[in-house]
Structures are given as C-alpha cells and as structure tokens.
Design a protein around this ligand. Structure first.
Ligand code: PHE
Length: 342
C-alpha cells in the first residue's frame, strides 16, 4: 500500500510538471484528486487496512494529497503567468485614450469676453430672474399698459398672477434688472446684466424664442449722450478690433429718452455691402438711450441730481458674427457637432 501511494505521488508530480495549459492541469487535478481518483478510493477503503497500520497509511495519504495539491497550484501559477506574458495583445507604446472633457458653450465664452471688457471699465456684473412680474418687465420701465411695444415683446405667460391679476411673464429683455438692481443700490452705479430672455418669435436662422441679452446701466452725476456713445465705441472696438465703426440713429424706447439704435460696420464686407448686411454695410447691434426721468423716479433716484444711460445688446447675433455662425438655432440645438467646434 505504501509503495502504491508513493507511486501515485511520483506519477502525479511528474504529470503536473509537464502540463502547461490550464485545461490539462484541470484534467489532471480531477484525475489525481477527484472523487473517483485512486487516492480517494484508497482513503475510502482505509477501514479495510489492518488497524495498527491505519495511522501510518492515513498520514501518508494526507501527505500525498497535500503534495499533489501544491503541485497543482504551482503549475497553475506558472501557466497563467506565462500566458499573460506571451498571449497578451496589449501594446504599451500606443497613445492613451484622452478622457472626454466638456467646455463652456460658445455663448458663455462670448459673454465672458464682454464681461471682461466691462469689468476692466469698472462695471459690476449682476443678474436677475428669468420669470418676471409685469411690474418690472413693463410698468416700472415706463411702458404703459396699452402700449404697442408690449405686443412687439409678446412672450410666454405662466399661470402665476401678480396683484393686479396679470400673469407673470418670461422676461422679454434684461431691462427689468435695471429696476431690481437699484432697489439695493444707490448711484453712482455701473452695471452689466447678462441673461436669457424670451419672446414669441417665429424661429428662423436669425430668430429664436430664447436668446441672450446683455444690459448696461450707468447712473451718476452729469452722464451725457456722449458718454454713452464713447462707451459703446470703445466696447465694440475692444471686441471686434479698431477698424470697426459704429453709427447711431434716433429710435424710440419707452424707458430711454432720447433713444438710439446703434449699428456697427459689417464685419464680413468691411462696410461695402454684402448679403449678410443686406447691402447696407451696417449691422444692427443694440438699443440704447438716456434713462427716462420716469424710470429714474421709479428707481427712487432724483432726475434733477442724476442722469444715466442704458443699452441692451443681443448677444446671439454678435456671437454669430464673432465666430462665423450662420444659424442662431444651432446654439440651442444641443448638437455636439456644433458645440465641439468651439
Ligand atoms: N430692452 C431693449 C430691448 O430689448 C433694449 C434697450 C435696453 C434699449 C436699454 C434701450 C436701453 O429691445
């Protein structure tokens, strides 16, 4: 019996030493240590062995089992180490996969350029709510209840109502923030108000129901129209370069008096006239004016002591000119093929 066990041990260790692939190792493990293996049969039949020999044989059975088990483990370790060295297809010299990172939307990037220019001129950047009370969006800005400009600025209404039973509106411009900001400030002020605004528009390449504006408000002693025009000229030149010219035309806004519309020379044709500027050489850029005395009063500012100017820029169109985008709707499409170009 002893020699038989020794033979099994020798055979097993030799067999494992020659086995290299995991499948053979598994087969051999079953053959030598499985339930139907000779070793198992001997262990089961131990009762048939003379009582005085049993301890010795039992001990030898355990030893053989242990030795075979360690041969299995050893062989398994070397075969898997070998496999990972020889069969791996990983090429360590290939460049890595760059992690996908996002970035700011082109409108935000462009807004930050504008903010930089005004912050350098000493302006404070403030924001206001997108859902507005009609009092702020129209009344306090000197827009009478039945004024036609309320139709031009038709927008989205929500079911929440103000004290007069009028629905709240998605703000049609950033001008209401002029009033809100002066509730907690006293002149002199220099404010810049970027933000999202909403109008009932039929969308096309140049119009969206949602777009961005940037409002500026300056109130101090002796602020004049020339301060407004000088500021606008400096701003446009800092943004688009010294070659760009501006021109002002009289206009009407209820919240400014006098009111101006400001154009800049077309960036695409340099003012000669092209299809983008409808052959005029000029591009409508912003609305502006001197803050109306009624609006100053609504801000609790004395029009005899203070004066101010305000202007509102449409950000989207200026951004499109800056980057050469030809359809405003791309901005809000969420299409990565567009976004990833910036
Ligand atoms: N709020 C005006 C608009 O959206 C723009 C504007 C702002 C005009 C400030 C004059 C002064 O059309």
């Amino acid at each position: 019996m002893k020699s038989k066990l020794e033979q099994i041990r020798k055979d097993a260790i030799k067999a494992f030493e020659q086995a290299t692939d995991p499948k053979t190792i598994e087969k051999l493990e079953k053959q030598f240590l499985g339930r139907k293996a000779e070793l198992a049969r001997i262990a089961k039949d131990i009762k048939k062995i003379a009582k005085d020999k049993r301890p010795e044989i039992g001990k030898l059975i355990n030893e053989v089992k242990r030795d075979i088990a360690s041969a299995v483990n050893k062989q398994r370790a070397t075969s898997s180490a070998g496999a990972s060295q020889t069969s791996s297809k990983f090429d360590y010299t290939l460049p890595g996969i760059a992690p996908a990172t996002g970035h700011l939307h082109p409108i935000t990037q462009f807004l930050e350029k504008i903010e930089d220019i005004f912050i350098k001129m000493g302006y404070e950047v403030v924001e206001g709510p997108e859902l507005e009370d009609q009092k702020y969006n129209f009344d306090l800005l000197n827009v009478p209840e039945d004024h036609p400009s309320r139709d031009i600025q038709d927008t989205f209404y929500v079911s929440r109502e103000d004290k007069k039973g009028r629905p709240y509106v998605l703000r049609t411009h950033t001008s209401p923030v002029q009033i809100r900001a002066l509730e907690s400030r006293k002149p002199p002020v220099r404010l810049l108000v970027p933000g999202r605004v909403f109008r009932n528009e039929r969308t096309d390449a140049g119009h969206e129901t949602t777009f961005y504006q940037c409002e500026a408000l300056v109130i101090d002693k002796n602020i004049r129209v020339t301060d407004l025009i000088g500021t606008l000229e400096l701003f446009i030149k800092r943004l688009y370069g010294d070659d760009v010219k501006i021109r002002v035309r009289p206009h009407f806004y209820p919240f400014t008096e006098p009111s101006l519309d400001v154009d800049m020379s077309c960036l695409l044709c340099g003012g000669k006239g092209c299809s983008f500027c409808k052959q005029s050489g000029w591009i409508e850029t912003l609305g502006a004016g001197m803050v109306h005395p009624n609006v100053l009063k609504n801000m609790k500012v004395d029009p005899k002591e203070y004066s101010g100017f305000a202007f509102g820029l449409g950000i989207d169109r200026l951004m499109m000119l800056y980057y050469g985008v030809d359809d405003i709707r791309l901005s809000y499409s969420g299409d990565l093929r567009f976004i990833e170009q910036f």
